[in-house]
Write a protein that binds this ligand. Structure first.
Ligand SMILES: [Mg+2]
Length: 232
C-alpha cells in the first residue's frame, strides 16, 4: 500500500496542516485517501488532529479509526497514557493502519511529535515509520533555524535507512513583514525554502502558507509515495 509518514523536526511545527493538505490534494486527484494518527496526546477538544485529517480526506471510515489511541494530557504519549492509568498499545500502533488498507489507494500517516519522539514505551516515531514501511515527509516550522533543523532530521532519517521524499516548511502563524525586507518573517521563510532545496540535492521542498489549502509548489504525492522504495 502506498503511503507517506508525515513527521516533524519537533512537536508543534505544523504537521497536521501539512498532512491534511496532502490528503486534500490526493482526494482532489481522485484518490481514495486513508488517514491515520497512530497515537495522539493533548487531545481535549473536537478540533483534534484526527478530526482535521478525517475532514481533509473526505470523512472515510470513522474518526475513531483515524486515531485509535488518544490521551488528554499534553505530554509524550506514554506519559499521557500513564496519567490516565493506561498504557500505549504498541501492537495497535501498527495494527491500527490495517482497516485503511482495504479502504484506500494511499494512506497518510501523521506521527506524534518529532521523528525521534516517543510514540509508546518501546517505540519512537521513526520505529513506526520503519515498521509501516513508509517513506517520510519531514515538516518544519517556517521560521529562522529551519535549514539546520530540517537538514538534521533528513540526515538522521537517512542514517536509519528511511527515504525522505519531501520537506515542507509550514507557516504555523501568519508571517509578517515585507518580502523585500531580508529580516522579515515572510522573507526568511521564502529564503529558507530556496536555500534548503539547494542543499538537499533532489529532495523537493514545499511550503504551506498559514491557512492555505495547498502546498506550493504542487508535488506529485502519489508518485513520491510509490517510487520512494526504489530510490531509497
Ligand atoms: Mg499534529
Amino acid at each position: 500500500m502506498p503511503g507517506l509518514f508525515v513527521t516533524g523536526t519537533d512537536t508543534d511545527v505544523g504537521k497536521t496542516a501539512v498532512a491534511a493538505a496532502i490528503a486534500r490534494q490526493l482526494v482532489a486527484e481522485g484518490r481514495r485517501v486513508g488517514v491515520y494518527k497512530p497515537v495522539a496526546s493533548g487531545v481535549t477538544t473536537m478540533a483534534s488532529d484526527a478530526g482535521r485529517l478525517w475532514e481533509a480526506a473526505g470523512r472515510p471510515l470513522t474518526v475513531e479509526q483515524v486515531c485509535p489511541q488518544a490521551f488528554a494530557a499534553p505530554l509524550s504519549p506514554p506519559r499521557a497514557a500513564r496519567a490516565e492509568g493506561r498504557g500505549v498499545d504498541e501492537a495497535l500502533l501498527r495494527a491500527g493502519v490495517e482497516p485503511w488498507h482495504a479502504a484506500s489507494d494511499i494512506v497518510i500517516v501523521e506521527g506524534a511529535g518529532g521523528l525521534f519522539s516517543p510514540a509508546g514505551d518501546r517505540s519512537l516515531n521513526i520505529d513506526l515509520a520503519r515498521d509501516l514501511a513508509l517513506p517520510l515527509v519531514i515538516v518544519d516550522a517556517a521560521r529562522l533555524g529551519a535549514i539546520g533543523r530540517s537538514l538534521m532530521a533528513v540526515a538522521a532519517a537517512r542514517v536509519t535507512g528511511l527515504p525522505v521524499v519531501a520537506v515542507v516548511l509550514s507557516h504555523t502563524h501568519p508571517l509578517g513583514g515585507a518580502e523585500d525586507d531580508p529580516a522579515s518573517d515572510a522573507r526568511i521563510a521564502a529564503d529558507s525554502s530556496v536555500d534548503l532545496a539547494a542543499r538537499l540535492g533532489g529532495v523537493p521542498v514545499g511550503s504551506l502558507h498559514h491557512a492555505a489549502e495547498r502546498i506550493t509548489p504542487a508535488l506529485d504525492w502519489f508518485t513520491l509515495a510509490t517510487t520512494a522504495g526504489r530510490r531509497a
